[in-house]
Design a binder for this molecule. Structure first.
Ligand code: CA
Length: 234
């Protein structure tokens, strides 16, 4: 994927340099921001993916993640020394797509970047899924979800997860299967991460977990999509 633009927000110069040289070797075009203020000012440019250090001198990566999500839905990979599972889930709740804990292997980071970029660019063409008499429309090519005609903004990962469920109505997916759908590789078994994404999707859709129209929790197993597919596909 040569030519893809990646913004690396990282204040530690040695880490930024390593990441940049690995990415450039893969043909990516890399922009660096060494603090939060320059990261925010660079958000006006279009990037295909953002790598975001959580601990910056002038502001939290969380703050930048939130600001980035207001202007873009490209994949965001958080880079951090915080390593507890709760920290990961908090980051994902802010709209990050993935989490890499320092010290990390640059090759693993590159593999994850490629997986995320492949997913955001390889949507199958022109396929619209419609459910519950048009109440829910999922456009796989534009990666858009509409509920009652209103656009429901989702991150790439949320969309992937939701589409994976909706493509197989009434099939129960385990958390591990869902991790594989969104990540395309094993995700160190952080199954609660899936719960965090599902929670976000439900909130955005306005789908009540207690009386769901779309995503049902299957206790002890995982989740299933319970919408009824409309006959004609538009
Ligand atoms: Ca840092």
């Amino acid at each position: 994927m040569p030519g893809k633009k990646i913004l690396v927000v990282e204040d530690e110069a040695n880490i930024a340099d390593i990441v940049r040289s690995y990415l450039q070797r893969e043909g990516f075009s890399v922009s660096l921001a060494a603090d939060g203020a320059s990261a925010l000012s660079m958000l006006k440019y279009r990037f295909d993916l953002i790598i975001l250090d959580l601990m910056l001198p002038d502001m939290d990566g969380e703050e930048i993640c939130r600001a980035a999500r207001e202007v873009t839905d490209v994949p965001i990979i958080m880079l951090t020394a915080k390593s507890t599972e709760d920290d990961r889930i908090a980051g994902l709740g802010l709209g990050a797509d993935d989490y890499v804990v320092k010290p990390f292997s640059p090759r693993e980071l590159v593999a994850r970047i490629k997986a995320h970029l492949r997913r955001s660019s390889s949507r199958s063409g022109g396929d619209k899924l419609s459910f519950n008499s048009g109440d829910l429309v999922i456009d796989a090519s534009s990666m858009e979800v509409f509920r009652s005609g209103q656009l429901v903004p989702m991150t790439t990962t949320e969309f992937r997860l939701f589409l994976g469920l909706a493509e197989k109505p009434h099939m129960v997916f385990s958390r591990l299967q869902l991790i594989n759908i969104v990540q395309g590789y094993d995700f160190e078994g952080f199954e609660r991460v899936v719960d965090a994404h599902i929670k976000n999707i439900r909130q955005k859709l306005g789908d009540n977990p207690k009386e769901p129209a779309y995503i049902q929790t299957v206790y002890g197993s995982g989740y299933k999509f319970i919408g009824t597919a409309d006959e004609a596909r538009g």
